[in-house]
Design a protein around this ligand. Structure first.
Ligand code: HSE
Length: 327
């Protein structure tokens, strides 16, 4: 997805455009059952694109690409995750020039698959390329966390770090600059649906209990350990089973998604190994053994959502190993 300037735009910008780069921030699944705020997985096929070019004016300015499927996002540079992360990279590099950015949102905002995180990593990576790439991806963790915090109100890294680094990332909920990238030994097919209901992450966090029982906490801790082992072993059947055992968060949030029971049941009956909400929802993901299985599961989930009175879109996707990229 590249952006071309019209003749009129080019003549207006000719005085201050030095070069242009387009970076793509991928979607990500977070929590993955018992890994609340601690586990995320980068996925393929959905991304936000940020085109950026250097200006002599300091600071970051931005606009939404008229071709963007989603237009309803902040253009105020102090509120947009891409612009905030981009400014953080400029500050990190200590340069005095600025950046203009154009955003094409390929990921539905507020759907539970890391839309704001994808924009933040694309903004940060685009600026890094304009700087001639002085920073490794790992050097940009602070910048992307700063961008993501502007949208979610908290500095959790379970979307933004997988979108930046790719693959499966385990991250500390209290210090998201502390993380581990874990490798998956084989392709992981996933059915992903995005029901058209609004779940605000801030509200989905506010309804969570402040205290939980020792037994539930211990079970979740053990299940996260089993889940990581299953991911690293390529044991998708166990991944599916354990990701449905969260006792702390998903049972509370299920009440926010009207099609919850129907979609989960349909996924399992059509052959998924497991099905759970991604992040605060409303997106669901289901783990399957093969691409054909994932396609069948996807159809069943979409139909169940519709039967519950909720329209949904969906796709078959895969774990994506490399994270943010650019052209
Ligand atoms: N871990 C976060 C949550 C992800 O579940 O609230 C959503 O941004």
């Amino acid at each position: 997805m590249s952006y071309s300037l019209s003749v009129e735009e080019a003549s207006v910008l000719a005085s201050d455009v030095n070069n242009q780069v387009t970076a793509y921030g991928p979607a990500s699944l977070s929590n993955l059952g018992p890994g609340f705020d601690a586990l995320g997985l980068c996925i393929s096929g959905l991304a936000d694109a940020v085109s950026a070019w250097r200006t002599d004016r300091p600071g970051v300015s931005l606009e939404i690409d008229p071709k963007s499927p989603f237009q309803d996002i902040p253009v105020d540079a102090s509120k947009n995750t891409a612009a905030i992360a981009a400014q953080a990279v400029l500050d990190q590099a200590g340069v005095s020039w600025g950046v203009s950015m154009r955003i094409n949102k390929g990921i539905v905002p507020g759907s539970g698959v890391g839309s704001s995180a994808a924009s933040a990593v694309a903004g940060a990576w685009a600026v890094n390329q304009l700087l001639d790439a002085p920073f490794e991806k790992r050097d940009l963790v602070e910048a992307v966390l700063t961008g993501e915090a502007a949208a979610s109100g908290s500095r959790h890294g379970d979307n933004v770090l997988p979108a930046l680094l790719g693959g499966l990332v385990l991250v500390s909920p209290t210090d998201p600059t502390s993380f581990r990238c874990l490798s998956l030994p084989r392709t992981l097919p996933i059915a992903l649906i995005q029901p058209q209901v609004e779940v605000l992450t801030k509200e989905a966090r506010a309804i969570l209990p402040k205290l939980v029982s020792l037994r539930d906490a211990v079970c979740n801790a053990a299940d996260l350990a089993f889940l990581l082992d299953a991911f690293q072993s390529g044991d998708w059947e166990t991944v599916g089973k354990v990701m449905m055992q969260d006792r702390l968060v998903e049972p509370v949030r299920a009440t926010l998604v009207p099609c919850y029971e129907g979609v989960k049941q349909a996924a399992l009956e059509s052959g998924a190994f497991g099905c759970a909400l991604s992040g605060s929802g409303p997106a669901f993901f289901a783990v399957a053994g093969t691409e054909a299985d994932a396609a069948r599961v996807l159809d069943a989930m979409l139909e169940a959502s519709k039967n519950a009175g909720v329209e949904a879109t969906g796709t078959v996707t895969y774990a994506h190993e490399s994270g943010v990229w650019h052209h």
